[in-house]
Ligand binder design. Sequence first.
Ligand code: HPA
Length: 274
Amino acid sequence: MTNLTAISQASSYVKKHIKENPAIGLILGSGLGVLGDEIENPTIIPYSEIPHFPESTVSGHKGQLVIGTLEGKQVIAMQGRFHYYEGYSMEQVTFPIRVMKDIGVGSIIVTNAAGGINEDFNPGDLMLITDHINNMGDNPLIGKNDEALGARFPDMSQSYDRAYIQHAKDCADAIGLNIQHGVYVGNTGPTYETPAEVRMLRNMGADAVGMSTVPEVIVSRHAGLRVLGISCISNMAAGILDQPLTHDEVIETTEQVRESFLKFVKQIISTLPQ
Ligand code: HPA
């Protein structure tokens, strides 16, 4: 079966269950899935029901689509995403982006938990992603290119939409939220970095490190979607503080910032230019 057929079978399945097609796609990272619970009149579709969707395996991720209204906008949210470290192919990791595009989404807000590399950051900070470094040693667009999905050599020079970044900064100001901005580097994981790797990543120009987002943003740009990226700095990256990292710490911090994260993203959505 061609990829295009799989995409359209998945998107038809979702469309059958909803009345209005969403305009904004949300990818909710570790501990940030609560935003999906705020969606009004939700249609909830577990990934396991959707043709060709893989199933999410990591704890703290739910594994379902939530479609409905948020701040008066039609949205489709992924509560839980597919990670490369789970053993999925890059194509599987990014399949939901193709499906959201096929459903009619024009903008993607991608969120994640990330380790702070920039020493001016603190756990609990929110960071607008201004650019990324693909350090995964793979790319979801490797292989035969289907021109129906996007260009062979996509431009990545403004992957994180400048107008969206400005809009998000204005929203942060409006609600009195102190926001960071910086470069996100995507590693495969599942190991956290060594302190030496964190020093290397800092020298490479990264401000925050995580194990997701880069593949989804590459495919979003290939598909012509506008992207806004937000990292929740859940911990300082390895070696910065003299303490080991745990997934529990990551989840705890994302829970602590829940209220400001929710308020911020809702403010962004309510007035997002489209
Ligand atoms: N490193 C990689 N991924 C992460 C981290 C980290 O420190 N924190 C949350 N996700």
